[in-house]
Design a protein around this ligand. Structure first.
Ligand SMILES: C[S@@+](CC[C@H](N)C(=O)[O-])C[C@H]1O[C@@H](n2cnc3c(N)ncnc32)[C@H](O)[C@@H]1O
Length: 206
């Protein structure tokens, strides 16, 4: 799918994301992960700002997304939760920051939509300070065989309809990227992963 089409799909979903009543478990996982955010935070693909209620006080957030409609909703959410946010409208693939720019990098439910997720993880590895942390809450392929077969069958249709893949293995991808996983949690038959990761030592950065 080309980028403009994918942006249109997410622009159309922005209203639903703003109003979405999430399952309580998803809110708890956001809270569990984001309580570890500190300092200057980069949030990728912020959507309508669903994470803003869960950040600790005092963090300074740079939030990006390529959907202008999502960013409009996120701007309202930042005002509502009095979160200090600088927004950037950009495709993640076109974003550049200096090496070691951020104390924390956050992504929730966004790696499913990137064309080249490994390349994005490699960017995170570069942008995160050596003492920093990468916090991920992502969905992907189930560890339950029967369920994963259904995901593989439905994946092409779901990608066309909502712009996201359902068959990615985030733990494998993070391991391939060279980031060091320090903790994981798996939920909903392995479809949801919470991942705490750190960059490798600064001396080993490529
Ligand atoms: C499923 S939504 C998740 C939103 C939010 N992170 C959350 O947890 O509710 C995926 C978001 O990723 C954004 N996105 C997808 N691909 C992107 C890309 N290549 N660059 C920037 N944003 C992207 C979409 O616009 C959308 O807001």
């Amino acid at each position: 799918m080309n980028k403009d089409k994918q942006i249109r799909i997410f622009d159309r979903q922005a209203g639903q994301y703003e109003k979405k009543k999430e399952p309580e478990s998803l809110r708890q996982w956001r809270q569990k992960l984001l309580q570890h955010a500190s300092g200057h935070v980069l949030e990728l693909a912020v959507g309508a700002g669903a994470n803003f209620p869960f950040y600790p006080a005092g963090v300074q957030i740079t939030a990006t997304d390529f959907s202008a409609e999502m960013l409009k909703k996120a701007t309202k959410a930042a005002e509502q939760y009095r979160t200090q946010v600088e927004f950037m409208l950009s495709d993640i693939n076109e974003l550049e920051f200096a090496e070691h720019s951020f104390d924390t990098i956050v992504s929730t439910l966004s790696f499913c939509s990137y064309k080249e997720p490994l390349k994005v993880l490699e960017k995170l590895r570069k942008w995160c300070k050596p003492s920093g942390e990468i916090l991920l809450l992502e969905h992907g392929i189930s560890s339950n065989m029967a369920f994963s077969v259904g995901q593989k069958i439905l994946n092409p249709l779901l990608y066309r309809l909502i712009g996201c893949h359902h068959t990615r293995n985030m733990i494998d991808l993070v391991n391939q990227s060279g980031l060091k996983i320090t903790k994981t949690e798996s939920h909903w038959l392995g479809c949801i992963d919470l991942i705490w990761a750190k960059p490798p030592n600064a001396s080993t950065l490529g």
